[in-house]
Design a protein around this ligand. Structure first.
Ligand SMILES: Nc1ncnc2c1ncn2[C@@H]1O[C@H](COP(=O)(O)OP(=O)(O)OP(=O)(O)O)[C@@H](O)[C@H]1O
Ligand SMILES: [Mg+2]
Length: 275
């Protein structure tokens, strides 16, 4: 049965590229736009969970049973692991620090690249969510392969700094390999984040991306904004923390683009287009 639920992974093996911040804020913005969204925290750093709950609550999920690690280890449907965030239309599957051992857990399982895909199948079939957004750790291994195999699309957040694109070739190569197992997966786009307007690395980043054919880049570029860190410190998406923050508007625009492209409407800019 065709499902209306669209699943999007946020992945980049480069650490600190803005995966979690983009996943949390695009997710929140999509919910503000009226979409029903499930966020899945696939990283042992627990940062996506901490974007919505305080440390005590997150450690409670991590140490208890309501977390992704427990579901994957038991090979259970994720439906029973959903937690409601304080925001309407926005749910979360929390992570656990035990996710550090996830590669080991996968090793002994049948069709181990597809464990997460099977665990999400019921939720997708029910179609209760418009979007499932999955945050990934900064690695390229069996677990990230699981995340990508469970997804229709991947968004690659890239930091607009001189080293932001370092290693991106490995990421594209990894994606090509995953597509052999998951031919339906496509790169929804590269999202340029943390751009410092004074340094103008945005243009340089786009020029480097131009070397790669068929790489779509979101028109909205998210600039450096200290309100993001304040919001994270209060376990809130930036728009819920300070509606007037510049990055709140940028993430809302990015979410609109994500929704347009995921639904097959609208056109990206090609890499190399504008700076
Ligand atoms: N637009 C922004 N302005 C200012 N700081 C930002 C912005 N986006 C992200 N950050 C900060 O940059 C750091 C890295 O961001 P984030 O955690 O989202 O990256 P990540 O790719 O998920 O990292 P990891 O690879 O460790 O999972 C965080 O401290 C976050 O607060
Ligand atoms: Mg992260």
């Amino acid at each position: 049965m065709a499902t209306k639920t669209k699943t999007i992974a946020f992945a980049n093996n480069k650490g600190g590229s803005g995966k979690t911040t983009t996943c949390a804020n695009v997710g929140y913005s999509l919910s503000v736009l009226g979409k029903k969204v499930l966020l899945v925290d696939g990283d042992m750093q627990l940062n996506l969970s901490l974007s919505f709950f305080d440390e005590e609550q997150v450690l409670g999920f991590a140490m208890g049973e309501k977390n992704l690690y427990t579901a994957v280890k038991r090979e259970e449907e994720l439906r029973d692991y959903v937690v409601h965030t304080p925001y309407e239309k926005l749910d979360l599957i929390p992570s656990s620090t035990l996710m550090s051992g996830i590669e080991y857990e996968l090793f002994t399982k049948w069709q181990r690249e597809l464990i997460l895909s099977r665990a999400l199948a019921g939720l997708k079939e029910e179609g209760g969510y418009d979007y499932i957004l999955i945050d990934s750790p900064p690695t390229l291994g069996g677990w990230v392969m699981n995340i990508l195999c469970a997804s229709d699309f991947v968004i690659l957040p890239v930091e607009a700094t001189p080293w932001g694109l370092f290693g991106v070739a490995n990421m594209f190569e990894f994606l090509d390999n995953v597509k052999k197992l998951a031919p339906g997966l496509s790169l929804l786009g590269v999202a340029i984040t943390k751009m410092d307007a004074r340094k103008n690395y945005g243009r340089q980043t786009l020029e480097i991306l131009h070397q790669y054919e068929a790489v779509n880049v979101f028109k909205t570029i998210v600039r450096v904004d200290s309100e993001i860190e304040w919001a994270q410190d209060h376990s809130r998406p930036v728009m819920a923390y300070k509606k007037s923050a510049r990055s709140a508007g940028e993430y809302l625009e990015l979410a609109k683009e994500v929704d347009e492209y995921a639904c097959g409407r609208g056109q990206h800019q090609k890499s190399g287009g504008q700076g």
